[in-house]
Write a protein that binds this ligand. Structure first.
Ligand SMILES: [Zn+2]
Ligand SMILES: [Zn+2]
Length: 637
């Protein structure tokens, strides 16, 4: 029986603990052997040296005081390093320690150059795949503990085509839930997990930078994505639960519930509904084929409060076919199934906006909405770098040494369809694990397409335009209403809710075009969606017949891959009252803020290598942010 089986054995915690103590002793020996191997010449990923001990009291005293009106913090809750099998197979050698350094804005050596993020992140959850986490670098090491296995030669093959074939083989094995016998070494898996989670603990610096212990549970039956990133509030678990243990999200929830019984706090965040072929938000049945019950819906929302709206493999907000009247729906549209597989066939059940309506329909029947997700975003970058800056993108997967080839390719494995991915904005009192994790749980978060735009969204029954003239409007908005992620308070005699939106541009990106509110309304089993322009830059007037706001225009020079901030606004603020409000309908409201057009990363790379941009992808994009929703539900009699 392996350790994972022991974890799963309900009520066998004691036996698991004793077993861990025994294996930890063995692991210590293995770690020493590995250290000797490292000295023999192989550059092995290792955790950073522990920081000098700071007395607890003085560490807390050094924290900036908490801001009750909360600050926006930006980070990535989804990133892979060389410890992920697929990333290593694609050539990634940046290890967990380096991935944290990059996120913190420190200089990193990459392809012979010293590079860094222009703007450091405030937090990171490195989410390497749990399945044989860290084993592949060991297997590639000719002097490592797995030297001599059939994998050592294959992993050291210098031919990129051979490496891509190996990547596909690994993805296929993972999708088929196939175990690799040579890697089934419980002591090794345990010591690698300890080494990996210690890196996040070492980089976590309360008040300055938050590093979460995290990993990814990688279930994708038939290349259809059901992945979840698993994020711990404080210390990590003794071992992760992987898709080799079960492909069913409900089994993952059982593991999360067990971790909470053991005193740890943890959430899971699903991603890429867009390539799930309708499995992610199946409104008919659970993954196991059972009907959706109230207990299932409550459990799903308790374990996974947030959904990742954008990442390198595209946006899961909506699909143009589902939202034909949303002129901005076609954004980083990506439909190839995992492992650059065939295109996804089914849009229904794959996108968040539609799921909000379906969830409300289910709620009408069973009393709970199973898709009441808050919004965040990540990169899912597999190169070890959360490089969301469009002007500083280092490539999505593995090591890209030939930028010309990368942007010209349109066949399997081409990165040109990938996005640099997104960032999560978190409204929290201070930059600590506790404060940020609480914000994730209460969904006071938003997703961006990689920019550090500040976005506020409040809803209430007695807001008006005069509120925004008050110096302390944020304080009042918290007192009189709810922020993103909340439920509107009891309606009383009020006729309609009013919403406040406020956005401030990213200093390193484009000005703002507009802020919109997306409204998804459900009554008597029918859902409708509407997108409203709330506030916009310039003197534009909506067309009196169609209500359509003219486009903001473009300053992009494609020949230079440049733009100027001579159009748009640096800050936008406004209120909107829902005049069509029906107190008998359930409603999900979320804000979407758009930037003016700027050159897409692939256009920048094309100019750099003096080639035309790839015609298969857009040359420009309107970077954006999506707030977590504010919900309304009629009182149940
Ligand atoms: Zn994934
Ligand atoms: Zn991932």
């Amino acid at each position: 029986m392996d350790l994972a089986h022991l974890v799963r054995a309900g009520g066998k915690v004691m036996r698991y603990r004793q077993s861990l103590i025994r294996t930890a002793l063995v692991a210590a020996t293995i770690a020493t052997t590995a250290a000797v191997a490292a000295m023999a010449g192989y550059s092995k990923p290792a955790p950073p040296a522990p920081a000098p001990a700071v007395p607890k009291a003085s560490a807390e005293a050094a924290l900036p005081p908490p801001n009750p009106e909360r600050n926006a913090y930006f980070g990535d809750l989804h990133l892979h390093s060389s410890y992920s099998a697929d990333a290593f197979a694609l050539g990634t050698r940046l290890d967990p320690d380096t991935a944290h350094k990059w996120a913190k804005g420190e200089e990193v050596e990459y392809l012979g150059q010293k590079i860094r993020r222009k703007a450091a992140l405030d937090f990171l959850a490195l989410t390497d795949h749990a399945e044989y986490l860290g084993v592949i670098p060991e297997a590639a090491d000719p002097k490592g503990v797995l030297a001599g296995s059939s994998w050592t030669a294959a992993l050291n093959n210098p031919d990129p085509a051979a490496r891509f074939a190996l990547f596909r083989k690994l993805v296929a094995m993972a999708d088929a839930n196939e175990r690799i016998e040579e890697f089934e070494k419980p002591e090794l898996l345990l010591s690698l997990w300890k080494r990996y989670s210690a890196v996040a603990d070492a980089h976590n610096a309360p008040g300055k930078f938050t590093a979460f212990v995290a990993y990814e549970w990688t279930s994708a039956p038939g290349n259809q994505n059901l992945h979840r990133c698993v994020i711990f509030k404080g210390k990590g678990p003794q071992l992760p639960f992987s898709s080799l243990d079960s492909l069913d999200p409900e089994a993952l929830w059982t593991y999360l519930e067990k971790q909470r019984e053991l005193g740890l706090d943890v959430i899971a965040i699903p991603h890429n509904g867009n390539i799930s072929n309708g499995l992610m938000f199946d409104g008919e049945k659970t993954n196991a084929g059972a009907p959706i019950t109230r207990a299932y819906a409550e459990r799903r929302m308790r374990n996974e409060p947030l959904f990742e709206i954008v990442q390198e493999k595209g946006s899961s907000d909506t699909h143009p076919s589902l939202s034909p009247r949303d002129e901005f729906a076609d954004f980083e549209t990506y439909t190839m199934l995992l492992g650059q597989g065939p295109p996804a066939k089914i849009a229904k059940g794959s996108y968040l906006r539609q799921a909000y309506g379906v969830g409300q329909q289910i709620s009408e029947r069973i009393g709970v909405n199973p898709f009441k997700y808050g919004i965040e975003a990540g990169t899912d970058n597999h190169a070890g770098m959360s490089s969301t800056e469009e002007f500083n993108f280092q490539g999505p997967n593995g090591r890209i040494t030939d930028r010309a080839a990368a942007i010209q390719a349109v066949s399997d494995g081409t990165p040109v369809f990938n996005s640099p991915g997104g960032l999560t904005g978190v409204w929290a009192e201070q930059n600590t694990r506790d404060a940020l994790f609480s914000a994730l749980q209460r969904k006071e978060t938003y997703g961006t397409s990689g920019v550090r735009m500040k976005l506020r969204f409040f809803g209430g029954w007695d807001f008006d335009a005069a509120l925004l003239k008050q110096q302390d409007w944020v304080k009042q908005a918290y007192q009189r209403g709810v922020p993103m992620g909340g439920d509107l308070p009891a309606r009383g005699q009020a006729k309609a809710p009013t919403f406040v939106v406020h956005a401030v541009k990213d200093p390193d990106s484009g000005n703002l075009d507009r802020i919109q509110i997306v409204k998804v309304s459900t009554k008597a089993g029918k859902s409708t969606e509407r997108v409203v322009d709330v506030v916009w830059s310039g003197e534009r007037k909506p067309d009196p017949k169609t209500g359509k706001l003219p486009a903001v225009g473009s300053t992009v020079d494609l020949a230079k891959a440049s733009y100027t901030n001579t159009i748009g606004a640096t800050e936008l603020m406004g209120t909107w009252t829902d005049k069509d409000f029906d107190p008998a309908a359930q409603v999900t409201y979320y804000a979407r803020a758009l930037e003016i057009p700027t050159p897409r990363w692939s256009t920048r790379w094309a100019v750099e290598v003096k080639l035309p941009p790839n015609p298969k992808v857009p040359t420009t994009l309107q970077e954006r942010a999506w707030s977590s929703p504010i919900w309304y539900a009629p009182e149940r009699k």
